[in-house]
Design a protein around this ligand. Structure first.
Ligand SMILES: Nc1ncnc2c1ncn2[C@@H]1O[C@H](COP(=O)(O)OP(=O)(O)OP(=O)(O)O)[C@@H](O)[C@H]1O
Ligand SMILES: O=c1ccn([C@@H]2O[C@H](COP(=O)(O)O)[C@@H](O)[C@H]2O)c(=O)[nH]1
Ligand SMILES: [Mg+2]
Length: 244
């Protein structure tokens, strides 16, 4: 299992920004230190091997319907990464009737972004309990606030960032024909999601482009054609991906 010790001191600017944006009643939500610790002392985990000190992290970005989930399935099959779809984790929270379920449902229905501390907490839980330390994080970070929250709390940055670049009309067409019963797969919400993507996700993409981590993929074509652009990106990390 992978776990990084995090310093509470480094949370403080983040915590205050959360306080202004996070609309759950102060009294009814857990304190920050309760949310980001498992409560299990490091030595009791017993499964931390030094060679797993640095996980391999890929962020998978792109607008709604650009094909992130479809390509993630192929990456998992070929390279064995652990797929963590932030959207799927949030939908699971709704289904499990958790305390944040109705807030998450309303946020997704409106095509908006769930507060960072909720999403990062879900990702962190999955990452800490995984025996696979190569992560494919799909549909996250959605905003600069998400990105900063993840990097501060996890004390980690992605090794690579994939951006599936797709024209809007194609994304709308794909979402509207997806047929998986998602509450946000309708014209009204997809228009809102596209706007949120442009306003909040593009700055994240620009950030990683500046840091030389971004791989821009033309997301038009068949699924296999698109995967042929993805394959060499991971092939370059073959040695690291083979480490258990
Ligand atoms: N290259 C492609 N050509 C045509 N259709 C595709 C292609 N890739 C994926 N699709 C289809 O488009 C729809 C959206 O794909 P997918 O769910 O992978 O997108 P996504 O980026 O994960 O979307 P979201 O952000 O909404 O979760 C699905 O029905 C999928 O089968
Ligand atoms: O980090 C995230 C990821 C997702 N959301 C919300 O969920 C929906 C659906 O996400 P998909 O990745 O398309 O499955 C998205 O529109 C957001 O409302 C989020 O808030 N934060
Ligand atoms: Mg998806």
């Amino acid at each position: 299992m992978w776990r990084r010790a995090t310093s509470l001191a480094s949370f403080s600017p983040l915590v205050s920004s959360f306080k202004s944006s996070f609309f759950i009643q102060e009294a009814s939500r857990p304190k920050i230190w309760e949310m980001f610790t498992t409560g299990i002392p490091l030595q009791e985990k017993g499964n931390i091997r030094p060679k797993h000190g640095a996980p391999f992290i890929t962020f998978v970005l792109g607008g709604p319907g650009s094909g992130k989930g479809t390509q993630c399935a192929k990456i998992v099959d070929t390279y064995g990464l652990k797929h963590l779809s932030a959207g799927d984790l949030l939908r699971k929270e709704i289904a499990s009737d958790s305390e944040y379920g109705s807030m998450i449902l309303n946020t997704i229905r409106l095509g908006k972004i769930v507060p960072s501390e909720v999403t990062v907490k879900l990702l962190r839980k999955e990452m800490e309990s995984s025996d696979n330390h190569k992560f494919l994080i799909d549909g996250f970070p959605r905003s600069e606030e998400n990105r900063i929250a993840f990097e501060e709390i996890m004390e980690a940055e992605p090794d690579i960032v994939l951006f599936f670049n797709c024209p809007e009309e194609e994304m709308v067409k794909r979402v509207l024909s997806r047929n998986q019963g998602r509450i946000d797969d309708n014209l009204h919400t997809v228009r809102k999601r596209l706007k949120v993507f442009e306003e909040l996700n593009l700055p994240v993409i620009e950030h990683y482009a500046k840091r030389g981590k971004l791989h821009k993929i033309d997301a038009v074509g068949t699924v296999d054609e698109i995967f042929e652009q993805v394959r060499p990106i991971f092939a370059a990390y073959e040695r690291r991906l083979k480490e258990s």
